[in-house]
Design a protein around this ligand. Sequence first.
Ligand SMILES: Cc1cc2nc3c(=O)[nH]c(=O)nc-3n(C[C@H](O)[C@H](O)[C@H](O)COP(=O)(O)OP(=O)(O)OC[C@H]3O[C@@H](n4cnc5c(N)ncnc54)[C@H](O)[C@@H]3O)c2cc1C
Length: 374
Amino acid sequence: MTDKTISSAVIIGAGIFGVSTGVQLARRGIRVTILNDGPAANGASGRSLSWLNSARMRSEPYHRLRMAGIDRYRTLFAQYHDTDWLRFDGGLTWDAGDAGNEIAAAYRHEVSLAYDAQHLAAGSVAGVTPGLDARAITPQGGIFNPGEGWVDLPVLIDLLLQEFSALGGVLVTDQGAARVIIESGRAIGAQTASGDRFEADAVVVATGPAVPKMVAESGKSIGDDTPIALLVQTKPVAHPLRAVLNTPRVAVRPAPGGTFSLDADWAADEGVTLRPDGRYEIDDTVVEALLVEASKVMEGNPKLEIASIGVGGKPIPGDGEPVVGALKAIPGYYVVFSHSGATLGLIVGELLAYEIVTGGEHPMLKTFRPERFG
Ligand SMILES: Cc1cc2nc3c(=O)[nH]c(=O)nc-3n(C[C@H](O)[C@H](O)[C@H](O)COP(=O)(O)OP(=O)(O)OC[C@H]3O[C@@H](n4cnc5c(N)ncnc54)[C@H](O)[C@@H]3O)c2cc1C
């Protein structure tokens, strides 16, 4: 039970952060409206690798937040343990076999945090997780993290939205870009492109890659390092791979229906061009090369075929750390903008809703305040 300081909220953005926050607010008895430009989950959440992890090195508060994020998925998994959209079959990673290989250091770091990790030579991998072509693993070996997993965000968002509407929440989709209404220095609601106004005590901007631009329209600044990202979805292929693979040339993640999701930074850099009319042009040869890289790390080197390709911004704040909470200079205005939004989706929605409802500050979000960008 929490003391409420508000009774209504409007959220712009129906990606994982907006919807997770919306459900959490609705559970606390707040009247919530979520506005989305197109259908729900049509942004980064609809084309995410969604590997649930806190692997490698990062700040201690960020690691703790990610671990709490994984904890919330574990609770969900206990409820839906037999699904094909949320799995905890581990993650396996290795680096290129050159001087930049950081596997040994990453392993030591993970062990120091008690992050479940096994440093394996190529020959030992088959004993812990199936479906790899061990010849692809470099001589420094790989790290297997048994506690990692993945989620299909569109399915999760749909599930959360069902609860949201059962609690009386209102979802308004396909109304074009909404904007925050600020009057007398205070955020008082949001207005859709078609002119509909939704007034509320709190306004949450959860528009993924669009957050820094929207905040800038209110004269505030959030550091932005958002790149263009590419996610390729394969057609179903019968294959034993279960872990999420993060390898030097490709990330491969099992997905519902026996499909796989693939991404790589180089493929987005080389294969996607933003045209002057705002549309993306995709180089088919680069996508084919990504499929070949994925096949090389999979046992039996299966022929992979494209089912769909998702392109667009991958939200990444300027300093790499999440941006969550009140925009203090504008009362009533809250933001959420982060990479790793799959891992963080449930916990950040929960903590942000706590802050909105109580007017307080949660200690887990202390270092992630928007004000740090000045
Ligand atoms: C290729 C790729 C790989 C990734 N890999 C991982 C991973 O392995 N692990 C992990 O944890 N995370 C990963 N992420 C990050 C994660 O997917 C994102 O952090 C998360 O999906 C962001 O969710 P969001 O709700 O902030 O944004 P979005 O999902 O983009 O949602 C924002 C919504 O707001 C809408 N919108 C925008 N502007 C407006 C407006 N003005 N009015 C109304 N609606 C608007 C958009 O259409 C969209 O539906 C990856 C992302 C990508 C793209």
